[in-house]
Design a protein around this ligand. Structure first.
Ligand code: FAD
Ligand code: MG
Ligand code: MG
Ligand code: MG
Ligand code: MG
Length: 546
């Protein structure tokens, strides 16, 4: 006889191990995960399936390694090499994970169910629509491109978000060359067809421009020798520099390299319209200019998906731009809904809002003032709950609390007013996390760990302030760990910004990039494929059949 306690409310079920089919299995909570991108996949890898009945719903039945998407646009890496079937990823879990290829189009957090639609299902019951119940929902649907409602963008621009986009771009680049090779065009027209425009000077746009430049100089020049002189590549950026999220030194290095390579960087221009032939832009206090193009890629940032917008309206987040979660990644308006990755942002609690409570908690003897000892006792907890304090101290080169509270001597006593003054600027350090794979993957892993421990921490794991030393179960709020970022710049050169203010550029950094991206692959299979693609490219060049 097997005795097992069901997770829901201490129900006890008895099951005869010899007749397992006849017995009621202990009921597991239903966990539904939306999305198979960086966030969803990382959660699935780390979730304990013996605790939850896990269902994954996504229109894509695979995980795609997005950092190598720009390499797919020019055939440096094959599309097949950077995708891994989700069913393969979850195959080795203790208990089976169910995958449904469908798109969620409505989240009903009151009825605790989601409404889904499947393309394949249409022929089955007419609509292809179905509902799925959940006990816990994890929204990890990523984001969509942001066109800023610029006219003509949706109709005429390529995006670079999905595998299909990268393949379309690849075909389109080669088509431009074939079109320009036709005898009926004069040189002026050939130049137009060979003008490649990238809107957006962020990491994706810059990497694509570099990749395209390599393709043109290394491969196309040999195959279309008469055309390579006529090719031009432009990056249009609304800010004053490209790669603004990187260190200034990297921005400068990238801009100088692009200048040497002949990639035109038009900073301070905003695209206002795209027709099927021209892109129209406007600089500060300048008239609009229109430039003909052969192919245009739009890469200017992300926006919430419609299903998330509707959900936000429903739960009273309609005025926000992005779905908000607390630091435990839970949607504050819904007890059982979590959101991770590009579709959500964390709203970090302000230290000023909790100052009275922090003070009371620290003032153990209720004297109305704090001694240094009293502060020192709680400072670790405050760091955990309000990471901005640690960031603030670092940014001001302060080592400990003595530096923060000027003239602190051992017999020093602090009133709430003093504390307020000392912490006044701390909240200005709160920054939202970037929409990157690194953040999404860490959030997926963190949330899986929380869910795995959910039963242990039955009472609400979070509160405005929880003390770690109390011995109670406590989930630390999510804390992002930045491992640095790369910007491949073409010509076997890359720039990297690594933790500790360490910046490097050049050929050796490109090799670092190769090794990091090889090691980050989800499986040995994709690692092997990516490595062999790189080798193939070194030996034979890129494939230009389209
Ligand atoms: P995604 O990975 O986009 O996954 C979303 C998932 O949800 C997908 O499986 C999608 O099919 C599914 N989905 C969509 N709608 C629905 C729906 N209605 N119902 C159910 N499922 C749905 N980040 C880095 O850190 N380093 C890089 O070098 C880097 N390079 C990048 C290069 C490119 C070209 C791009 C586009 C992005 C790059 N990023 C990089 C960013 C990174 O890819 C994203 O931050 C990351 O993918 C976010 O993960 P996510 O799980 O939130 O969303
Ligand atoms: Mg995801
Ligand atoms: Mg992804
Ligand atoms: Mg996010
Ligand atoms: Mg006191």
């Amino acid at each position: 006889l097997v005795l097992s306690a069901a997770s829901s409310g201490g129900l006890v079920a008895y099951a005869d191990s010899k007749q397992e089919n006849a017995a009621e299995p202990p009921e597991k909570k239903k966990l539904v995960v939306l999305g198979t991108g960086w966030a969803g996949t990382s959660l699935l890898k780390n979730i304990d399936t013996s605790l939850y009945d896990v269902k994954v719903i996504s229109p894509r039945n695979y995980f795609a390694f997005t950092p190598l998407l720009p390499s797919v646009t020019c055939g440096t890496v094959e599309a097949r090499s950077i995708v891994e079937p989700i069913r393969k990823i979850v195959k080795r879990k203790t208990d089976p994970v169910k995958f449904l290829e469908a798109e969620c189009f409505k989240i009903d957090s009151v009825g605790k169910k989601i409404h889904c639609r499947s393309d394949v299902g249409t022929s089955l019951n007419g609509t292809g629509e179905f509902e799925v119940d959940y006990d816990y929902l994890v929204i990890a649907v990523g984001a969509t491109v942001n066109t800023f409602n610029t006219p003509g963008v949706a109709e005429n621009c390529h995006f670079l978000k999905e595998i299909e986009d990268a393949l379309r771009i690849r075909r389109s680049v080669i088509e431009c060359f074939e079109r320009a090779s036709l005898p009926c065009l004069d040189e002026e027209e050939k130049r137009k067809h060979l003008h490649f425009v990238i809107v957006g000077g962020g990491p994706t746009g810059v990497e694509f421009a570099a990749e395209l430049h390599d393709f043109v100089t290394e491969d196309i020049a040999e195959l279309y020798p008469h055309l390579s002189e006529l090719v031009s590549i432009s990056v249009i950026q609304s800010a004053e520099h490209i790669l603004t999220m990187f260190d200034k030194r990297i921005t400068t290095f990238a801009e100088e390299k692009f200048l040497r390579d002949g990639i035109e960087v038009r900073t301070g221009y905003r695209v206002v319209k795209v027709s099927d032939k021209d892109v129209t832009m406007k600089g500060h206090s300048m008239d609009e200019v229109s430039v003909p193009y052969g192919m245009i890629v739009w890469s200017t940032g992300i926006a919430s998906r419609p299903v998330i917008r509707d959900f936000m309206n429903e739960i009273g987040q309609g005025k926000r731009r992005v779905l908000e979660t607390n630091e435990w990644l839970r949607v504050p308006q819904c007890d059982t809904v979590y959101s991770i990755g590009d579709c959500a942002t964390i709203s970090q609690r302000k230290i000023m809002e909790d100052l009275v409570e922090i003070f009371k908690m620290a003032d153990k003897d209720n004297s109305g003032t704090l001694t240094l000892d009293e502060i020192q006792d709680v400072i670790e907890d405050i760091y955990v709950r309000y990471p901005q304090l640690e960031l603030y101290m670092k940014s001001k080169h302060m080592i400990d609390i003595h530096d923060l509270i000027k003239d602190a001597k051992d017999d020093f006593e602090l009133s709430i007013e003093d504390l307020k003054n000392a912490l006044a600027e701390v909240d200005s350090q709160v920054k939202s996390l970037p929409a990157t794979a690194q953040v999404a993957a860490q959030q997926g892993e963190y949330l899986a760990q929380c869910l795995n421990k959910m039963e242990e921490c039955h009472e609400h794991p979070e509160g405005p302030l929880r003390i770690t030393k109390s011995g109670r179960h406590f989930f630390r709020p999510f804390r992002y760990k930045h491992f640095g970022q790369f910007a491949p710049l073409g010509g076997e050169q890359a720039a990297a910004e690594l933790p500790g203010d360490w910046v490097s550029f050049g050929h050796s950094t490109q090799w670092l990039w190769y090794s990091v991206y090889a090691s980050k692959q989800v499986s040995w299979r994709t690692r092997y494929l990516v490595l062999s693609d790189w080798t193939r490219r070194f030996i034979f060049g890129r494939d230009s059949s389209g």
